[in-house]
Design a protein around this ligand. Structure first.
Ligand code: TGC
Ligand code: FAD
Length: 392
């Protein structure tokens, strides 16, 4: 892969809106990605391997639990810092950002928000350092967009719960130490359970042959009469709103992360187009190429402003789920469109692993699907503005 010469676009001087802390956190993540992710990520993606060697670095830049309080090992940062970290990591690779999103928003968040003090103390510090890695099991083979239909279930056996069912498409599953699993009790009420690797009847087979998110490990979570200790049930929230609340936090991070992937594609295409000579001049001088670049920087700037404002609302505790859906949907769509256009600007070189664009483009096919598909988020906005659900 070519050396990482990334220069972040900031057309509307959004850096002026950031605090010293935001800039420090963002720059630390940016430097780390350049030094530790860029040199290894292409090979990891080609081999379809999650590069475990970066786990400790992710922990050091605060990517595991950025907004979790320091008393539990988190970085104690605000929501804009969290977003900026996700942006920088996804600038490197969406799969690496996935690992951080799952760990922070889908594993640490529910333990912090819905767990008891013992659970927080037992798991959060180890998750923050990466000593424990987590996964989040909501999706099932027959229930993706409609998680409320899940069939994974647990029965009260007196001194323990007996868990049965299966989850699929689970990021981090093949190597996770713990899984936050959503399952129905005998009354059909959804609860979160912490399942630990090593529990009898619990297995995590890897899903192979992915053309997308190849540097992230994806797999299943299978439960065959798994005895889960009663103290592993998250006691403080139940119902579908519990997992969906975690998704709000992860979707917010993705709204920022997608900007990172788009910035990398734009920056690569801009540099390439100024250097690539055809018909005796740099292709950047042709109107058709300028149209692509001008539209890219316009869309990136709009996405940055959307994410920044959403971050302010989140910091104030005012961001609604529907606002988060809009930002996730818009920013991922923006990024995938830019990746496709940027790939064309590199001509044949656009499909080569010498450049990051094709990897981003393929990764974004997962990002536009997981955490709620593009169409599901549109329906969430539709419901919000009309008051009428078009899901069912
Ligand atoms: P609905 O009747 O609308 O809602 C059920 C209950 O949930 C509440 N609720 C929310 N609460 C918090 N945050 C949200 N975003 C919420 N959305 C809804 C709602 O108020 C209600 O509460 P209550 O108290 O009245 O019971 O549910 P529905 O069955 O009609 O479904 C609605 C729908 C389709 C929007 C929802 O289920 C959905 O978002 N589907 C998409 C599924 C999804 O996003 N799955 C993601 C799996 S995890 C993943 O992809 C991780 S990838 C990680 C990575 O690698 O980065
Ligand atoms: P389906 O729900 O079957 O949807 C198929 C199509 O139908 C989509 O286009 C969808 O938009 C459309 N559709 C569905 N319902 C409606 C409707 N009411 N109206 C209109 N159109 C509709 N899940 C986890 O729980 N944890 C993870 O860590 C995780 N990681 C993932 C990693 C990867 C790489 C991928 C690809 C997925 C991951 N997922 C994870 C699962 C992901 O959240 C689901 O794939 C996603 O929610 C969509 O579900 P589905 O694939 O079953 O598609």
């Amino acid at each position: 892969m070519k050396p990482d010469l990334f220069q972040a676009p900031d057309y509307y001087n959004i850096d002026d809106l950031l605090t010293e802390e935001h800039l420090m956190v963002r720059n630390a993540a940016r430097d780390w990605v350049k030094k530790e992710v860029s040199p290894i990520i292409e090979e990891a993606a080609q081999k379809a391997e999650f590069p475990k060697s970066i786990i400790s670095g992710l922990a050091e830049i605060g990517a595991f639990g950025p907004y979790i309080p320091a008393e539990y090992g988190g970085a104690g940062l605000d929501q804009i810092s969290y977003g900026l970290i996700m942006q920088e990591i996804e600038r490197g690779d969406s799969g690496v950002r996935s690992t951080a999103s799952v760990q922070s928003s889908l594993v640490m968040y529910p333990i912090w928000k819905y767990g008891n003090e013992e659970q927080r103390k037992k798991y959060l510090p180890k998750l923050a350092t990466g000593e424990f890695m987590g996964s989040f099991g909501l999706t099932e083979p027959d229930h993706g967009s409609n998680p409320g239909g899940m069939t994974t279930n647990f029965k009260d056996k007196g001194d323990h719960y007996l868990l049965n069912g299966a989850k699929m498409w689970i990021s981090n599953s093949p190597f996770c130490d713990i899984a936050v699993v959503w399952a129905k009790n005998e009354e059909g009420r959804i609860h979160g359970l912490i399942v630990e690797r090593g529990m009898e009847g619990f297995s995590t087979p890897e899903t192979h042959n992915k053309w997308s998110l190849r540097a992230s490990a994806t797999g299943e979570l299978i439960f065959q009469d798994v005895k889960v200790p009663k103290e592993n049930l998250l006691p403080n929230k139940s119902g579908l709103g519990a997992p969906l609340g975690c998704l709000d936090s992860a979707r917010y991070g993705i709204a920022w992360g997608a900007i990172g992937a788009a910035m990398d594609c734009y920056d690569t295409a801009l540099r390439y187009s100024k250097e690539r000579i055809q018909f005796g001049q740099p292709i950047a001088g042709f109107q058709l190429q300028q149209k692509k670049l001008a539209e890219m920087i316009t869309e990136i700037t709009k996405a940055q402003l959307l994410a920044f404002r959403l971050g302010q609302l989140k910091n104030e505790g005012k961001a609604t789920s529907a606002q988060i859906s809009m930002a996730k949907r818009n920013n991922v769509d923006m990024a995938i469109t830019i990746a496709r256009e940027a790939r064309q600007m590199l001509g044949g070189m656009g499909i080569s692993g010498e450049y990051s664009i094709m990897r981003h483009m393929m990764n974004l096919e997962s990002v536009i699907t997981y955490e709620g598909t593009h169409d599901i988020h549109l329906l969430i906005t539709g419901l919000d503005v009309t008051g009428i659900s078009a899901f069912k």
